[in-house]
Design a binder for this molecule. Structure first.
Ligand code: C5P
Length: 420
């Protein structure tokens, strides 16, 4: 293959791998800091979202303003800055990251990271994150070859931190040898390679999300508190895994992830129609929607007036009819996709989930306790138990975004088992 076509092909693969990934680019003090500007440009070209954290030393080599303009986000500078903390606090930032990439990583920074220090924002983030960390060392060849630096790098690798480079060649100080930071293009490709591709690369996934609204009259309805956040986060994770993703959304105020085919519906019956049509041509169906179990039997043509209430003045009776069970209907199809349900319960969470798994003929159910404070409906966090016919696994409280990633990995594993 001609070189330019080969390069195009590599770029296309890594573009998908970095698409929508949250990358914290840590820039430390060294002459190679100027290359961070080009690195940000390349990461963004790969559709990654980039937030830059600069150490004090880095600011001597390149201005925060340059990196802010290129990243499209404010640059994070200090740990003890109340204004920055109010915007996105350091723990929030640590949770936001899918990868912390430190380029350039100076000898001093590497030493501080090895010691587990938390004496500035960047080292603190490295301690607080569960995201992978990669460092691109950049220093004078003698500093790189120094036995202390070598020991530090070995220790970091033993802890699971990835080293990108360094390369070898002419250095800013005139020396020749190892310690040059890898070029931005190599760093962007190596970063992309850290993300697995194609969990769902040739798969079609349909996800229902949000609440439904069941009209009583032209101005009133019955609904619930579902925000749709979990379903939207799963759609993002499905897209990240390479799936062709359809998101059937009830009325929510969320933006669909880029690349999802969104179908907006209001009522359970509309969701049923959309879901059954989409499920006829999909591999995996995930029902996160909090579908209203019942709808008013009769929809009043006009707004119901208090004084024309056929019942007494003090009470009003609305007759309700059962809505179709969407996920059960999908799972009853002869060509049923791998079907995943959610069970929001307030008691005996796992027992009820097992019961639902069997009753609705599901392949997997994700159970969560909506009575627990700070998780479930409308919250940004969730803690769940994943239940499938042969087992179950608990996932501790984490952000819905992180949880979505973990759940999609579980779904991929069980899907492969069922279909192999
Ligand atoms: O029976 P329950 O409502 O607790 O079951 C929850 C699961 O069933 C969820 O996955 C939800 O999306 C799905 N469901 C559905 N259609 C309904 C009711 C629930 O798809 N009418």
């Amino acid at each position: 293959m001609p070189i330019n076509l080969l390069y195009q092909a590599i770029l296309t693969v890594s573009k998908a791998q970095l698409s929508n990934k949250h990358i914290i680019l840590g820039v430390t003090g060294g002459i190679a800091a100027y290359k961070a500007a080009e690195l940000i440009r390349l990461l963004r070209q790969h559709n990654a979202q980039v937030r830059v954290v600069m150490t004090q030393g880095a600011r001597e080599f390149i201005t925060p303003l340059t990196l802010q303009a290129l990243s499209g986000n404010p640059v994070h500078l200090d740990l003890l800055d109340p204004e920055a903390e109010a915007g996105m606090g350091h723990i929030e930032l640590a949770k936001w990251a899918d990868l912390i990439l430190i380029a350039p990583a100076s000898a001093n920074f590497i030493a501080r990271l090895t010691n587990g220090q938390a004496d500035d924002l960047l080292t603190t983030l490295c301690l607080a994150t569960i995201a992978p960390i990669a460092i691109a060392p950049a220093m004078n060849q003698a500093m790189w070859l120094n036995s202390q630096t070598q020991r530090n790098c070995q220790q970091l690798q033993d802890k699971g931190i990835t080293l990108f480079g360094p390369g070898s060649g002419t250095q800013a100080c005139g020396d020749v040898g190892p310690g040059r930071m890898l070029e931005p293009l190599e760093l962007s490709e190596l970063s992309a390679a850290l993300f697995p591709t194609g969990l769902f690369s040739d798969k079609k996934i349909v996800i229902t999300a949000g609440p439904t609204r069941e009209a009583i009259d032209p101005v009133r309805y019955i609904s619930n508190h579902s925000s749709g956040k979990m379903g939207f986060a799963l759609a993002q994770a499905a897209i990240d895994g390479g799936a062709q993703t359809t998101l059937i959304a009830g009325p929510v105020s969320l933006e669909a992830p880029e690349g999802a085919a969104r179908i907006d519906v209001i009522s359970a019956r509309q969701m049923y129609d959309a879901a059954l049509t989409a499920a006829a041509d999909c591999d995996i169906f995930i029902a996160t929607a909090a579908v209203a179990d019942y709808r008013p039997t009769k929809l009043a043509d006009q707004k119901i007036k208090k004084d024309r209430n056929p019942n007494t003045q003090d009470t009003m009776v609305i007759e309700l009819s059962l809505n179709p069970d969407i996920v059960a209907a999908v799972a009853a199809r002869p060509d049923k996709p791998f079907t995943v349900g959610f069970a929001a319960e307030t008691q005996q969470v796992v027992d009820y989930a097992h019961d639902k798994l069997t009753r609705k003929n599901l392949d997997m159910i994700i159970a969560n306790d909506v009575s627990a404070a700070g998780i479930g409906f409308n919250s940004d966090d969730n803690a769940v138990t994943v239940v499938w016919p042969q087992g179950q696994q608990q996932i501790e409280k984490t952000s819905k975004r992180q949880l979505a990633k973990l759940l999609m990995e579980h779904i991929a594993k069980q899907y492969q088992r069922t279909n192999s």
